[in-house]
Design a protein around this ligand. Structure first.
Ligand SMILES: [Zn+2]
Length: 78
């Protein structure tokens, strides 16, 4: 199992997610992002907007995901 923070995954806080795979990690981060969106948390809304901009460019989004996946792969097991 590995851990990454909300910030490491393009979010805005230090909340830690723990998962066995990158896809699981991404799903946790997305779920948290949606909760924060519902609470209209300003910092997360801003971070999500930045991600939204990134998603307009398919290559940029793919590069971002690849680099995060690599970051995940390189993390030590906890
Ligand atoms: Zn967060």
């Amino acid at each position: 199992m590995k851990s990454m923070t909300c910030k490491q995954l393009g979010g805005a806080c230090d909340l830690e997610f723990r998962a066995n795979t990158f896809d699981e990690m991404a799903a946790l981060s997305q779920k948290h992002g949606m909760e924060m969106h519902q609470k209209q948390d300003a910092a997360h809304l801003e971070a999500m907007q930045a991600m939204g901009e990134l998603m307009k460019t398919p290559d940029a989004m793919k590069n971002w995901q690849d680099s995060k996946r690599k970051e995940f792969d390189e993390l030590p097991e906890i």
